[in-house]
Design a protein around this ligand. Structure first.
Ligand SMILES: [Zn+2]
Length: 270
């Protein structure tokens, strides 16, 4: 079974597509190195038939400045959210397009960026934001901190994404079995902080309200705390003098979400 890519080409099943993409990148990189050593060698290489047609085509586009079309701009936060959800559906189905990280795209976005969404996620190695949403270079503003904990830098970075880069969507993405909230829960239960040197106590102090908020509630305590934390982060961000007014004006959509490690699915908070 094949899927239709954003470039309108049929893609092979995922494993084969991944392999061929890696081969393409390797070949194209070698081609670029040849070009770097010999000036216009890249064009000559693309024209002399010694390189695969896909490489020749991509290299020619790069030199000519006619880049492959990326997805059209989103009109609003709802469209941005739909694009994220479609990308996550591809990720879940193991049918990623993975096309917007090639050389032509890299060259195109080197001239500027128009990301369509800002996402705050956890540092957890199992939740890489671009991969989870099957997005490429220049598509997302990504800020990550353990447990999505806010501080001045995190909040300022999110404000930069929505106010300076004008993304119409800001998502806060919690995830299943979050280690930061697990550690916070243990610290709260023990009535102490982490006892570690350094700054990790800041995380515990910041995430503890979510743990306390779900005390005594039915269901899995950790999962409840993860969801509560997302909602608390959103509530705090709405107090930002940059983010709050943008949402009120209708230019920005704020949404909370939960990534399930077991399935790869991102589920929206209601
Ligand atoms: Zn986490």
């Amino acid at each position: 079974m094949s899927i239709t890519s954003r470039r309108g080409q049929a893609s092979a099943p995922n494993t084969a597509a991944f392999t061929s993409r890696r081969r393409f990148l390797t070949t194209a990189l070698q081609t670029t190195l040849v070009a770097g050593a010999g000036g216009a060698a890249l064009t000559a290489c693309a024209d002399d038939g010694t390189t695969p047609s896909s490489v020749a085509s991509s290299a020619g586009h790069t030199l000519a400045g006619t880049y492959p079309p990326s997805a059209p701009p989103v009109a609003d936060g709802n469209q941005a959210l739909q694009r994220l959800q479609e990308g996550n559906a591809r990720f879940v189905a193991d049918r990623e397009e993975n096309l917007d990280e090639g050389i032509a795209r890299r060259v195109a976005v080197s001239k500027g960026q128009t990301p369509f969404a800002t996402v705050l996620g956890c540092v957890d190695s199992r939740v890489p934001i671009e991969l989870v949403f099957d997005q490429g270079l220049g598509d997302l503003v990504v800020v990550r901190s353990a447990g999505e904990a806010l501080d001045h830098s995190v909040t300022g970075s999110l404000e930069f994404g929505v106010a300076e880069l004008h993304t119409p969507l800001l998502m806060v993405l919690g995830h299943q079995r979050c280690g930061a909230l697990t550690a916070t829960m243990k610290a709260v239960d023990a009535g102490r902080r982490t006892a570690e040197a350094g700054e990790m106590d800041y995380l515990v102090d910041t995430l503890a309200p979510a743990v306390r908020q779900v005390a005594g509630k039915p269901g899995d305590r950790l999962t409840n705390a993860i969801h509560a934390n997302v909602d608390l982060v959103l509530a705090t961000l709405r107090q930002s003098p940059v983010i709050g007014p943008l949402e009120k004006s209708g230019k920005l959509k704020l949404v909370g979400a939960y990534y399930e490690l077991d399935t790869g699915k991102v589920m929206l908070h209601q």
